[in-house]
Design a protein around this ligand. Structure first.
Ligand code: C2E
Ligand code: MG
Ligand code: MG
Length: 768
C-alpha cells in the first residue's frame, strides 16, 4: 500500500493487471461457452443423424423383408432373371431407394426393379466391393449395410442394404437387396449435412473402417467411398480417448449418447462427436475443425482487446495527468521546503542540499555568511513589518549582486549565505567588501529611509572545512570575528577557533565570577595641574581561579556580547559608589568619581533611575558623579541617547566622552551633544612629545573642548614630559601611571591621608 502511495504508476500497473486478469477470465469463459455450444451442437447433430440413419435403415429392413417374402411367395423358381414392375411402385412411395434386387445365395441377381439394367449387375458374391458384405448377409439375421459403391445398373452411387430371406429351417433362400440413394437433397443422407468447409458429417463402418457416407465441402462419393479409416490410427486414438475420458470404447459403443473428444489429424485439430449404431455397425461422426472456432473467438476477442486497450489508454492518460499534477505539487512542496517564504531565496535546508552536492563534486568553493548588523534594532524600533521589508530588500540586493554560479540563501532571521566558486582570498575579500558597501545603500520603506550594515564571514572548501558541519562552523567563526572586530569582512583563520574558545571560557567563568564575588574595583586618581587628586576613575578587576587575571578590556567586551553587561554594570555602580562613600567619610576632600558605562547599560530602559537609586542608596551626590561613555554609543538611536544624557544632566550628573579622538564622532555630532568633559585618549598622549601629528590632534581636541565649553582630561599620562606638554597646550587634568596606577580603595584612602598629612601629591608636577 505504501508503494502505491509512493508511486501512482504502481497503482496503474495494478489496475491494468487486474483488468488484464478480468479480461483473460472473461475471454476464457467466452471460449468455454463457444466450445460448449459447439460441443452441444456436434453431439446433438451426431445423435440426430445417427437416429435418422437408424430409422431409415430399420424402415428399409422391414421393406426388404416384406418385399422379399412377397417375391418368394409367388413360388416361381429363382432361375430366370426378370424385371418386376411391382417393385417400381414400392420405390415410388419410398424415394430413398435407388433400386431393388433379389439375389440367389450364390450372388446372382434374379429379380430387380425395372430401372435396374440386368446387364450392369455383377455377382454379389464375386465382386470385391460386395463379396465380404454379401457373405456376412448370408450369416446375419439382420439387415447388412454394404460398402458404398457406384452401381452401373442404375448409374448411381448407392449404399447397398441386404437381408437374407430364410426358410423355416433357417436356410438362406435368397438375399433381398436394395440401394439407398446417396446425397439426395432433403434426404437423411443429404450431401449438404455439413456446415461450411471446416465441418463434416461422416458415417463409417466399424467392420472394415470404410467410409459409408460423408458430407464435406468438395468431397463426393467418388472420393469418400474409397476412404478406409486407418485402423492403427483409430486404435491409438481410441486408447488416448479411453485414457482421457475414463470410458472404454465398448462403453461408448453400447451407449445411446454421443461422445465428444478432440483429436489431431493431418495437422489440424478437430472437435469430434461420435455415436455408434450396433445394429448396423455404423459410426456416425459429426465434427468440425477448431479453426472456425478460433476465428469466431478472435472475432469476439478483438472488441474485447480494443476496449481493454482503449480503457488502458484512457486510464494511462488519467494517471499521467494525476502524476504530472502530483509531480508539480511535489515540486512545489519541495520548492517550499527548500526556499524561504519571505525572500524567495533558498532556506537553510536548501542551502544544506546545495552544499552537500558541492561537497560530493569536491570542487573548491567558498561559503560566505552575511549577517545584518543590529537587525533586532530595526524590528524593535520600527516593528516587524519594517523588519520584513528590510530582509526582502536585502535579499533582492544580494540577488542583484550575486554572480551567475552563486547560490543564495537566507539561513535564519537576519543571516544570509552565498555559495560561490570563487576561492581566491584577495578578490573574494574585495567582492565581499563591495557587497557590504552596496548593501549599505539607503533604501526606502514607506516614508522611512533605512540603511543597514552587514558583517561577512568567509570559509573556503576544502581548506577551512572538509565536511558540511566544519565548513559552516568555520564561516560562522569568521562572521563572529567580523562582528567582534568590527571589520565588515573576515576570512576564516585557524586562530579564530582559539579566540572563540577563549571567549566561550571567559563568558562561562565570568558568569561564575559575578556570582561568586571574584570581581572587585580599583581606582585611578585624576590629578590637577597643581598635583592635587581631584577625582577617581573606577575600573573593574577580575582575578579568576582558573584563568588568573583577565583584562577588563577582554571580559567587558565578552560581557557586552553575552548579556552579562547589565549585572556587571550594576556591580560596578554599586561597589564603586559604596566604596566611594566610605572614602568620603574618611577623607574630607571634594572628589569626583568617574564610572565607565557601557553602551548596553546606557541604552537599558530605566538606566537613569538605576543610577539615581544607586546614588541615593550610597548617599553620594549626583554632582560628584561623572559617567564615562564612548562614541560607539551614538551609532545606535541617537535621539534616545540624547534624551538619556539630558535626563542625567538634569539631575546634576556629568558626562565624559572617553577615548576621545579614536572613534568617528564628527564635530557636528559633538555640537549637538551636551557633554561635560572630553577624555583625550592615551594614544595621542603617547606621542605628544615627539609626534607632531599627535600634538596637533591634542591641540584640536583642546580647541574643541574650549569652544564647546567642556572640561578636559588626558588619560594614560606616563611621563612628566607628557604632562608638561599637555599643560602647555591647555589640558590641566591628568590620569596615568605617572601619578598612580589603578589601586584598591584602601590604597587610595592611604594615599589621600598621606597627602593630607604631608600635603604631597602622588607625584608632583614640575612646571617648566
Ligand atoms: P578606559 O575607560 O579608557 O580606562 C583607562 C584604561 O587605561 C585602564 O585600563 C587603565 O588602567 C589604563 N591606564 C591608565 N593610565 C595608564 C597609563 O599611564 N598607562 C597605561 N598603559 N594604561 C593606563 P583598564 O583598567 O585595563 O581598562 C581598560 C578598559 O576597560 C577601560 O578603558 C574601559 O573601557 C574598560 N573598563 C574598565 N573598567 C570598567 C568598568 O568598570 N566598566 C566598564 N563599562 N568598562 C570598564
Ligand atoms: Mg574610562
Ligand atoms: Mg579611556
Amino acid at each position: 500500500m505504501a508503494a502505491l502511495k509512493r508511486n501512482i504508476w504502481a497503482l496503474y500497473f495494478l489496475l491494468v493487471t487486474v483488468g488484464f486478469v478480468l479480461l483473460a477470465v472473461a475471454l476464457h469463459q467466452r471460449w468455454q461457452a463457444l466450445i460448449s455450444d459447439e460441443t452441444s451442437y456436434q453431439l446433438s447433430r451426431a445423435e440426430l443423424i445417427s437416429q435418422s440413419v437408424h430409422s431409415l435403415l430399420r424402415t428399409q429392413e422391414l421393406v426388404l423383408d416384406v418385399v422379399g417374402r412377397e417375391l418368394l411367395n409367388n413360388g416361381k423358381p429363382l432361375s430366370d432373371q426378370r424385371q418386376i414392375p411391382l417393385l417400381d411402385s414400392i420405390m415410388s412411395v419410398n424415394p430413398a431407394l435407388a433400386g431393388f434386387g433379389l439375389a440367389r445365395p450364390d450372388g446372382t441377381f434374379v429379380r430387380m426393379s425395372t430401372n435396374v439394367d440386368p446387364a450392369g449387375l455383377l455377382n454379389l458374391m464375386e465382386s470385391p466391393v460386395t463379396g465380404a458384405d454379401f457373405r456376412r448377409t448370408l450369416e446375419s439375421d439382420t439387415m447388412v449395410v454394404g460398402r458404398t459403391y457406384y452401381l452401373e445398373a442404375v448409374s448411381e452411387w448407392i449404399i447397398p442394404i441386404r437381408k437374407a430371406l430364410r426358410s423355416e429351417q433357417g436356410d438362406v433362400i435368397a438375399v433381398m437387396t436394395a440401394g439407398l440413394e446417396l446425397g439426395a437433397d432433403g434426404s437423411v443422407l443429404d450431401r449438404n449435412l455439413h456446415d461450411g468447409e471446416d465441418d463434416s458429417v461422416i458415417l463409417f463402418r466399424e467392420t472394415d473402417g470404410y467410409v459409408q457416407f460423408m458430407s464435406r465441402e468438395g468431397v463426393g462419393p467418388e472420393q469418400f467411398s474409397s476412404i478406409q479409416v486407418n485402423q492403427e490410427q483409430l486404435a491409438s486414438q481410441r486408447r488416448e480417448f479411453e485414457a482421457r475420458a475414463g470410458r472404454t470404447i465398448s462403453d461408448i459403443m453400447a451407449s445411446r449418447e454421443a461422445a465428444i473428444f478432440t483429436m489431431d489429424r493431418a495437422g489440424s485439430e478437430y472437435l469430434t462427436a461420435s455415436i455408434y449404431d450396433p445394429r448396423y455397425h455404423l459410426w456416425t461422426v459429426s465434427e468440425t475443425r477448431f479453426a472456425p472456432l478460433y476465428r469466431e473467438f478472435i472475432g469476439t476477442l478483438i472488441p474485447y482487446l480494443l476496449s481493454f486497450a482503449a480503457g488502458g489508454w484512457l486510464l494511462f492518460i488519467l494517471f499521467r495527468i494525476i502524476d504530472r499534477a502530483e509531480k508539480e505539487r511535489r515540486q512545489e512542496l519541495l520548492h517550499q521546503a527548500r526556499h524561504d517564504d519571505l525572500t524567495g531565496l533558498l532556506n537553510r535546508a536548501g542551502l544544506l542540499d546545495r552544499l552537500e552536492n558541492r561537497l560530493i563534486r569536491a570542487r573548491p568553493f567558498s561559503l560566505v555568511v552575511i549577517n545584518i548588523d543590529n537587525f533586532s534594532g530595526i524590528n524593535d524600533r520600527f516593528g516587524l513589518e519594517y523588519g520584513d521589508h528590510t530582509l526582502v530588500e536585502f535579499g533582492r540586493r544580494l540577488e542583484r549582486l550575486a554572480e551567475e554560479h552563486d547560490d543564495l540563501a537566507r539561513l535564519g532571521s537576519d543571516e544570509f549565505a552565498i555559495i560561490t566558486p570563487n576561492t581566491d582570498v584577495a578578490p573574494l575579500m574585495q567582492a565581499c567588501t563591495n557587497l557590504v558597501e552596496d548593501l549599505a545603500e539607503i533604501f526606502e520603506v514607506g516614508r522611512l529611509r533605512l540603511q543597514v550594515g552587514a558583517s561577512v564571514g568567509i570559509a573556503r572548501f576544502p581548506e577551512d572545512g572538509d565536511s558540511l558541519s566544519k565548513l559552516i562552523r568555520s564561516a560562522h567563526l569568521a562572521l563572529y570575528e567580523a562582528k567582534q572586530s568590527r571589520n565588515a569582512v573576515c576570512v576564516y583563520k585557524a586562530e579564530m577557533e582559539t579566540a572563540y574558545l577563549r571567549r566561550l571560557t571567559v563568558e562561562q567563568r565570568l558568569r561564575y565570577g559575578l556570582a561568586s564575588h571574584a570581581l572587585y574595583m580599583v581606582y585611578q586618581p585624576q590629578v590637577s595641574d597643581a598635583g592635587k587628586t581631584i577625582g577617581l576613575e573606577a575600573l573593574v578587576r577580575w582575578q579568576d581561579e582558573e584563568l588568573g587575571f583577565v583584562s577588563p578590556a577582554e571580559f567587558v567586551d565578552v560581557a557586552e556580547k553575552s548579556g552579562l553587561m547589565i549585572p556587571l554594570g550594576n556591580f560596578v555602580l554599586d561597589t564603586s559608589l559604596r566604596e566611594f562613600r566610605q572614602l568620603l567619610d574618611k577623607v574630607q576632600q571634594p572628589l569626583d568619581l568617574a564610572i565607565n558605562i557601557s553602551v548596553i547599560q546606557f541604552c537599558q530602559p530605566g538606566f537613569v533611575d538605576t543610577v539615581l537609586n544607586a546614588l541615593k542608596t550610597h548617599d553620594v551626590s549626583p554632582s560628584s558623579l561623572v559617567l564615562e561613555i564612548t562614541e560607539t554609543l551614538f551609532m545606535g538611536n541617537f535621539d534616545q541617547v540624547l534624551q538619556t544624557i539630558c535626563d542625567l544632566r538634569n539631575h546634576g550628573i556629568r558626562l565624559a566622552m572617553d577615548d576621545f579622538g579614536t572613534g568617528y564622532s564628527s564635530l557636528s555630532l559633538l555640537r549637538q551633544l551636551p557633554l561635560d568633559e572630553l577624555k583625550i585618549d592615551k594614544s595621542f598622549v603617547d606621542g605628544i612629545v615627539e609626534d607632531e601629528k599627535a600634538a596637533n590632534m591634542v591641540r584640536s581636541i583642546v580647541a574643541i573642548a574650549r569652544s564647546h565649553n567642556m572640561s578636559l582630561i588626558a588619560e594614560g599620562v606616563e611621563e612628566q614630559a607628557q604632562a608638561q606638554a599637555l599643560i602647555k597646550m591647555g589640558c590641566l587634568r591628568f590620569q596615568g601611571y605617572c601619578f598612580s596606577r589603578p589601586v584598591v580603595m584602601a590604597d587610595i584612602r592611604q594615599m589621600l591621608s598621606d597627602t593630607a598629612n604631608t600635603d604631597n601629591t602622588p607625584a608632583t608636577i614640575r612646571r617648566s
